[in-house]
Design a protein around this ligand. Structure first.
Ligand code: NAD
Ligand code: WQD
Length: 339
């Protein structure tokens, strides 16, 4: 079975391709807007079967049509490709609407023209919930007004996929709402590779410990949490990759068209200060930090109720927070050739 992985050279996509390659034939479509071509070689060095790469800009209808013509035997699609920087999306909303929404529309247009079954997994985010009403967050939590154009694109794409699945009897789809993916493949050959200054906590920590960035600023210690710093649900990227395989298998088993959503998180909340302690104890490295102002748009606490995925997808996270943090540091060391 052939699976198309859009955005497969990115962080989560590359880890998912490694897991997929154990059982499926994998085609990546990526335009390298937020990834480097060197990831392909690194990925193929640990993949179980060779992954094919197509340099495609999914905003371009003609290129997408060419992709589907060339790989007419695709029966699974995992759609990671999107721009994902929350702050940038506030500054450049049109770029985010254009990239994230048109990419999905162009793919679905091709899917619509086929008359064979297709299993589709969409990368959604816990950001669709905004400020949660109840913790842990279940899939029943209402989707509220998005904090950013990025978050809004995830809500719109979920809606587009749902509408399309109702119309197309061949389309079976799932939106996976990820919480905070962290860490790297155990080989340390692939990992998170942000272009420019990292906006997310873990790559900022590993780069600051590697001496590439200034000391970490904790964005606020006056939140309504036990130690005052924000709480998030950090999940190892390999566990997240595995959730895609399980979701794909779940869809393959489905006889009829469907559209579902699942939270993918560990179910456990960890504060920024707890992350710092866990990183220091699992790697033996000290993190220098200072307390700064709150970052606009941050919510006090989010963590998943993951029971639906545990039950229906027969998935469960395997890695501890310490293992995830250690793998993030091993990747940083390996990439920067630090002893
Ligand atoms: P990433 O930026 O590392 O990977 C995305 C990939 O998509 C990149 O390789 C980029 O070049 C490619 N891409 C973007 N626009 C494209 C286009 N028009 N045509 C072709 N390729 C394009 O991001 P990631 O962290 O791997 O995230 C993957 C998906 O998961 C995204 O949809 C993101 O919104 C979602 N997500 C990420 C997180 C997170 O914290 N990393 C959390 C929740 C959801
Ligand atoms: C985690 C915590 C920060 C950096 C983002 C997106 C979300 C989803 C997941 C895509 C927060 C604090 C961070 C720093 C800090 N992505 N922090 N100093 O904001 O929970 O979620 O990624 O869908 O949509 O918003 O993740 O890693 O940026 O922050 O103190 O230098 O670390 O305030 O409490 P976040 P993050």
């Amino acid at each position: 079975m052939k699976v198309l992985v859009t955005g497969g050279l990115g962080y989560i996509g590359s880890h998912t391709c490694v897991e997929l390659s154990k059982k499926y034939s994998v085609v990546i479509a990526d335009n390298l807007i937020n990834s480097k071509i060197e990831v392909l070689e690194r990925l193929n060095s640990i993949a179980h079967s060779k992954v094919i790469f197509e340099k495609i800009d999914l905003r371009n209808k003609k290129e997408v049509a060419f992709l589907f013509e060339k790989h007419g035997d695709i029966s699974g699609i995992i759609h990671f490709a999107a721009l994902k920087a929350v702050g940038e999306s506030v500054e450049k909303p049109l770029l985010y609407y254009e990239n994230n929404i048109n990419s999905l529309l162009n793919i679905l247009e091709q899917v619509q023209q086929r008359n064979s079954k297709i299993n589709f997994i969409f990368s959604s985010s816990c950001t669709v919930y905004g400020q949660p009403i109840k913790l842990p967050i279940t899939e029943e939590e209402p989707v509220k007004k998005a904090f950013s154009p990025y978050g809004e694109t995830k809500q719109i794409c979920e809606n587009i996929l749902s509408a399309s699945s109702k119309l197309n009897k061949y389309l079976r789809s799932i939106s996976l709402r990820y919480f905070n993916p962290i860490g790297a493949h155990e080989s340390a050959m692939i990992g998170e590779l942000p272009l420019g200054k990292p906006q997310n906590l873990i790559p900022y920590i590993t780069q600051s410990v590697a001496g590439v960035r200034e000391k970490l600023t904790i964005f606020g210690d006056d939140y309504d949490t036990p130690d005052g710093t924000c709480i998030r649900d950090y999940i190892h990227v390999t566990d997240l990759a595995d959730a895609h395989i399980k979701a794909l298998e779940y869809l393959i088993e489905k006889e009829f068209s469907t559209n579902e959503v699942f939270n993918i998180g560990t179910g456990k909340g960890t504060s920024v200060l707890e992350i710092i302690n866990a990183f220091e104890s699992s790697t033996g490295k000290k993190i220098s930090y200072k307390i700064g102002k709150r970052r606009k748009g941050d919510v006090d606490a989010t963590y998943a109720d993951n029971k639906k995925a545990l039950k229906s997808l027969s998935w469960s996270p395997k890695y501890s927070l310490e293992q995830a943090l250690e793998s993030a540091w091993n990747w940083e060391k390996n990439y920067r050739k630090i002893k």
